[in-house]
Design a protein around this ligand. Structure first.
Ligand SMILES: Nc1ncnc2c1ncn2[C@@H]1O[C@H](COP(=O)(O)OP(=O)(O)OP(=O)(O)O)[C@@H](O)[C@H]1O
Ligand SMILES: [Mg+2]
Length: 506
């Protein structure tokens, strides 16, 4: 019964962690030359499933067959030997080594016991070309941006001559242009007969790239459908209900300006940035990656310095480069890099949720532990954080659930001005709607929300006004009615310096 085109088969796989049944009977199969999408809510068990194939975890039950034969995968070497390469949700590269060293880590070509650096770098060069990446094999990985890291990971997978390539949310951190490059590479691999397991929360990518979809819900495979299945049907399979409205923005009447930014400039980074966000408003900031959006909001929050300009909250000027002053004035920032800046991984969900409020409460001289706990439990429930309990360490939550904790922490903190940088990256479609509803609640209560997002439908769907940044400047502002995919993109690719001069008749 051995089918030559079947690369991989998983039957009834199970895995339990203390207090959590992560997988409770998953079936899956992968064929030569197909992209098989794994779809499921945050915490459904997708990453756990692929970690059994990469050898990071061993299953408690069920079978894994590779090429028709049952295998046991204990560790990365077993996985590699079976022709399986994995690109994790969290990258696995060593920052201080070069690109070539990372690609051939542990497998450097040797001669008389010495690493053949020249040959290794030449081989790396060929692989980098295949993935369309123009960096030197001698560059340190630390110096690369996240999209290039991803390409290095793929080059590494190619060097292993993998027959099975597993990609866990590879597009979560990429711009649309980079996504296209990635898709090109994946399609070429598929033509070469590689089987690809692809995890994503971006539903539009499924029809664009996939062949089949396996849906996982609460640790079980609940369906296998063609990738051409309509999105609302996919959502229904995934969350067990349909979602009426993807962007439930309820506009409130805008009050006085809460956040005022005047002529903010950081030499060489952003220039003359001015805008305000009024009470009850959601202002979106759109723009291409590298336009300076994150840099501006970090300066507003006091995380980075600026050279000129002013930031005011409720009319009062804020001391620059002072996060404590910003927080005391009621500004909160949910950062883009949540692993690095938003969470204490070896503390519990409850402790992480309390990080901001606790600071405020301690300052006021009283810590209401019970109130803290209740508030944490309420927000965790509202956001649907999938966990064994509030005591679970954040490190062992799924990627999307970690994100929900960072967001929950600031939602609890009673901020007047909340800045969100890519708030729903890695979040499943159902949980996104919950976050949007919490944003509605905040603005209905008079808070001001400033939201950076590279997800254009999200910016358009949730903002009352949209600021578009290009090359470190505000290229234009659009009302909710004026803002469309086209009008935003036109501003995003404009050159605000020369365009302004042209307008002045220079
Ligand atoms: N090492 C661990 N210890 C305890 N629980 C864990 C561990 N790893 C995963 N879990 C739990 O297993 C469940 C499934 O997690 P998994 O990471 O597989 O989800 P996922 O489908 O990849 O979600 P996401 O879309 O958020 O990445 C979650 O409830 C998670 O908290
Ligand atoms: Mg995951």
């Amino acid at each position: 019964m051995s089918d030559p085109d079947e690369l991989l088969r998983i039957e009834g796989i199970r895995k339990t962690f203390p207090g959590v049944v992560a997988l409770d009977g998953v079936d899956f199969d992968l064929r030569r030359g197909e992209v098989h999408v794994l779809l499921g809510e945050n915490g459904a068990g997708k990453s756990t499933l692929i970690k059994m194939l990469s050898g990071a975890y061993t299953p408690d039950g069920g079978r894994i067959l590779v090429g028709g034969e049952e295998v046991r995968i204990h560790g990365a070497q077993d996985s590699e030997r079976l022709g399986i390469a994995t690109i994790y949700q969290e990258f696995n590269l060593v920052p201080d080594l070069t690109v070539a060293e990372n690609i051939f880590l542990g497998r450097q070509p040797r001669r008389f016991g010495m690493i053949e650096r020249g040959r290794m770098e030449a081989d790396a060069e060929v692989l980098l070309k295949r993935v369309g990446l123009s960096v030197s094999p001698r560059a340190r990985v630390r110096e690369l941006g996240i999209a290039r890291l991803q390409m290095v990971e793929i080059a590494k997978a190619l060097s292993l001559d993998a027959r099975v390539l597993i990609m866990d949310e590879p597009t979560a951190v990429l711009t649309s242009e980079e996504v296209e490059t990635l898709f090109g590479i994946v399609r070429r691999l598929r033509e070469d007969g590689v089987g690809i397991v692809f995890i994503t929360h971006h539903l539009e990518e499924i029809a664009a790239l996939g062949d089949r979809v396996t849906v996982i819900r609460d640790g079980r495979s609940v369906g296998q459908v063609p990738a051409s299945t309509p999105e609302d049907e996919l959502v229904r399979l995934m969350v067990g209900r349909s979602i009426e409205q993807q962007y439930p923005r309820e506009r409130a009447d805008a009050g006085p300006a809460l956040l005022t930014v005047e002529g903010l400039t950081r030499d060489g980074v952003f220039h003359d940035v001015s805008f305000e966000v009024r009470a009850g408003e959601v202002v979106g900031i759109a723009g291409l990656v590298g336009a300076g959006r994150t840099e501006v909001v970090r300066a507003v929050f006091g995380a980075d310095p600026y050279d000129k300009g002013a930031v005011k909250v409720g009319g009062a000027s804020l001391k620059g480069h002072d996060v404590n002053a910003a927080m005391a004035a009621g500004i909160g920032l949910i950062p883009e890099d949540r692993k690095g800046q938003g969470l204490v991984l070896d503390q519990s969900v409850e402790e992480n949720l309390g990080l901001v409020t606790l600071r405020a409460a301690t300052r006021a001289g009283l810590v209401d532990r019970k109130g803290q706990q209740e508030a944490a439990a309420r927000i965790a429930k509202q956001l649907g954080v999938r966990m064994a309990g509030l005591g679970q360490h954040v490190r062992t939550l799924s990627g999307g659930n970690q994100q929900k904790v960072v967001i929950g922490k600031w939602l609890l903190a009673d901020t007047r001005v909340l800045i969100l940088d890519e708030p729903t990256r890695g979040i499943d479609v159902g949980a996104k709607v919950e976050i949007y509803q919490l944003i509605n609640e905040l603005t209905a209560n008079g808070a001001a929300v400033l939201m950076i997002s590279s997800d254009l439908p999200e910016v358009l769907g949730m903002s009352d006004r949209v600021l578009v940044m290009a090359q470190g400047r505000i290229a234009g502002e659009l009302s909710a009615d004026e803002a469309t995919q086209d009008s935003v993109m036109a501003l995003a690719v404009s050159n605000p310096t020369t365009d302004k001069e042209a307008a002045r008749g220079h």
